[in-house]
Design a protein around this ligand. Structure first.
Ligand SMILES: [Fe+2]
Ligand SMILES: [Fe+2]
Length: 136
């Protein structure tokens, strides 16, 4: 079996709960997209995964913002701005793929991989200390 495009490790742990579950789901979606891309799946199939990834990303960011906005986390606005820029970018990809202006590329795949990894490991970890963690 091929090595996963993004591999979950304990470094990604934020709350041992809802946030981690959502991050795992995002990682799964990106891994599925990458596998389908390498297998040369039809554009319609890739588009379906990109649509799901886009919708789930928006949903996840909302969950996360609702959680950290209730805390003393001091970089809320910067964090929300990062989410906003990523959503704009992924929607741009989604529209490009849907209109067949472009197809999925290694550059797009690498962008998604690097963005998610560094966002969780750097930005999401910032609010980790501000949320109340039960049973950690
Ligand atoms: Fe996150
Ligand atoms: Fe985030």
């Amino acid at each position: 079996m091929r090595k996963k495009f993004i591999t979950w490790t304990d470094n990604y742990i934020i709350d041992k709960g809802l946030i981690d579950e959502q991050h795992l789901k995002l990682i799964d979606l990106i891994n599925n997209l990458h596998a389908a891309f390498l297998e040369g799946k039809a554009n319609d199939h890739l588009n379906e995964i990109v649509v799901e990834l886009t919708d789930y990303t928006v949903y996840h960011f909302k969950t996360e913002e609702d959680i950290f906005c209730k805390t003393e986390y001091d970089r809320k606005e910067e964090h929300k701005e990062q989410h906003k820029l990523f959503v704009e970018k992924i929607k741009e990809f989604k529209n490009m793929l849907a209109s067949k202006e472009a197809s999925l590329s290694f550059e797009i795949m690498t962008f998604l991989q690097k963005w998610l990894q560094s966002h969780i490991l750097i930005s999401d970890k910032e609010y980790k200390d501000f949320i109340r963690i039960v049973d950690l």
